[in-house]
Design a protein around this ligand. Structure first.
Ligand SMILES: *[C@@H]1O[C@H](CO)[C@@H](O)[C@H](O)[C@H]1NC(C)=O
Ligand SMILES: *[C@@H]1O[C@H](CO)[C@@H](O)[C@H](O)[C@H]1NC(C)=O
Ligand SMILES: *[C@@H]1O[C@H](CO)[C@@H](O)[C@H](O)[C@H]1NC(C)=O
Length: 471
């Protein structure tokens, strides 16, 4: 192996980079250029017409694309991965980070963490982050059970051109392995196997991105091929270039080191067995096991920030889950620091969004599977239909503690601004203002109004509030 010198190594890296670039451009051209979007038929802030990005017999990956509207760009796409029982989502890496939420079923995820393969068993309610450029695979381990995963796809890290770019380590029908761009002889040298064996491995599997597993160890075999990471290779090249300026004395050592690192990164032949347990996989975080942050008779909510689950910090994304009882409402509020995405997990209801100038932007009926987004600063509320509870899950574009500002209810800013100034601003007497703001005894999650009291209705106040802000 040592005979493969520094130049050959550089050449190998170069070829690899070219092949990665080609893969990206090839995909990019298929994507629609259209970015502007008027929102779905259901409303301005509904994400509709999911695009199927990957599909084969064993499963599918579809994505609700975020879009740009005026100057409001949505930094995230929302993906749904569905896998049949006993299937494998073959090893690949993606040019964006994924924050997975296991909605149904159970799974095992394997990925490269600190140069080691780590595996983690995940169950319903678990949240888990895969960093960009990290090769991973997913196995549906639920017996006879379908696996459903919701994930955020962070577009700020992407190479551009499309929704995201998958780099498959293995080939398959209609999938081109990133390795296919290499000269077969160099590659065989790199893997220290014969060309025949390499060809045989790269041509498998034939089933596309989601394949049925004949034996559970198959995933591990694939794992051997997945230690290829373009970030690492770029870093490696940069390091080699810098080293050129150093004295030649170190050259041999550097070359040896680079080579060993690369070889390790490619396959890690030596401690293949040990690797699985060598490094502890980062923990997952279960949304259902953690007690709610807020709970009353009308529902509960949980918000997970980087303080609860540190991997979120790297993505700058938060996660939340809300359950409203039939007819209840999440009080009108706005997010001062984040844009929010939501997926209806169960039940049905409506989402109301108000422009910052106080006019209605959307009043949409939603049901299970619908995806919506709410721009930062826009006041909104979610209301469960009377027929049953509504559960929704989602992401926010900040991993810090999100402090929503409530516009109604006992903890609203109308309570905080309890003085005459607010009454004057709303052009009502202080007495009336006090009666108005004191009439709702609940906070955050509010009960259904069965008979409407005769005071000014909330939407009216919000509209007035908007008018004031517009000044
Ligand atoms: C390559 O494979 C041969 C035969 O299996 C082995 O003896 C040799 O040590 C391997 N070389 C490296 C660098 O792994
Ligand atoms: C949500 O609340 C309803 C009752 O309103 C309850 O039946 C359901 O189990 C709750 N969902 C979760 C996930 O706790
Ligand atoms: C409020 O803002 C929206 C979006 O910017 C705009 O379409 C609408 O015309 C505005 N309405 C008023 C009354 O200013």
């Amino acid at each position: 192996m040592a005979i493969l010198g520094r130049n050959a190594l550089l050449l190998l890296l170069l070829v690899c980079c070219i092949s990665v670039c080609l893969a990206v451009r090839g995909r990019g051209e298929e994507e629609e250029v259209e970015e502007e979007h008027q929102g779905g038929k259901g409303g301005l802030f509904m994400l509709e017409k999911p695009k199927q990005v990957l599909k084969s017999e064993g499963g599918e990956f579809k994505v609700f694309r975020g879009f740009r509207r005026g100057r409001t760009a949505t930094p995230m796409h929302i993906g749904f991965i569905n896998m049949e029982p006993s299937t494998l989502f073959i090893p690949q890496y993606i040019d964006s980070s994924l924050i997975l939420f296991v909605r149904r079923g159970e799974m095992r995820i394997g990925w490269i963490y600190k140069d080691d393969l780590v595996e983690k068993q995940l169950k319903i309610g678990d949240v888990y982050r895969i960093p960009p450029g990290s090769a991973f695979y997913i196995v549906n381990t639920g017996r006879g059970q379908r696996l459903q995963i919701i994930c955020s796809i962070d577009r700020t890290e992407s190479l551009g051109g499309g929704i995201f770019q998958s780099f498959f380590i293995g080939g398959g029908t209609n999938l081109h392995s990133v390795l296919a761009g290499f000269d077969i002889r160099n590659l065989a040298t790199a893997f220290n196997v014969s060309e025949e064996e390499l060809t045989a491995i790269l041509e498998r599997p034939k089933g596309g991105p989601f394949i049925y597993m004949r034996n559970p160890d198959q995933a591990r075999r694939w794992a051997d091929l997945m230690k290829l990471n373009h970030e690492e290779m770029r870093a490696e090249i940069a390091r080699d270039e810098n080293d050129d300026e150093d004295s030649v004395r170190d050259e041999e050592q550097t070359t040896m080191w680079s080579w060993r690192k690369l070889l390790n990164a490619f396959i890690g032949i030596e401690n293949k067995k040990k690797r699985i347990s060598a490094v502890k996989a980062p923990d997952s975080y279960n949304l259902y096991e953690r007690g709610p942050d807020f709970r009353n008779n009308y529902g509960w909510s949980v918000a997970v920030s980087e303080h609860d689950y540190s991997p979120l910090r790297s993505s700058g994304i938060g996660v939340y889950l809300v359950n409203l009882t039939a007819g209840s409402m999440m009080a009108p509020h706005l997010n001062p620091t984040a844009t929010e995405y939501g997926v209806v997990l169960r039940g049905s209801g409506s989402i109301q969004v108000v422009f910052p100038n106080g006019t209605s932007a959307m009043n949409a009926k939603v049901q299970e599977g619908d995806v919506f987004w709410i721009p930062r600063y826009y006041p909104f509320c979610q209301i469960a239909s009377r027929s049953g509870p509504m559960e929704f899950f989602g992401y926010t574009t900040s991993s810090r503690r999100n402090r929503p500002q409530f516009l109604a209810g006992r903890s609203s800013i109308l309570q905080t601004m309890a003085g005459e100034e607010m009454a004057m601003a709303l052009d009502i007497s202080l007495k009336r203002y006090n009666r108005f703001r004191g009439s709702q005894k609940e906070e955050i999650i509010l009960p259904e109004l069965l008979t409407r009291p005769e005071t000014t209705t909330e939407p009216e106040i919000i509209r007035k509030w908007g008018e004031i802000r517009r000044e």
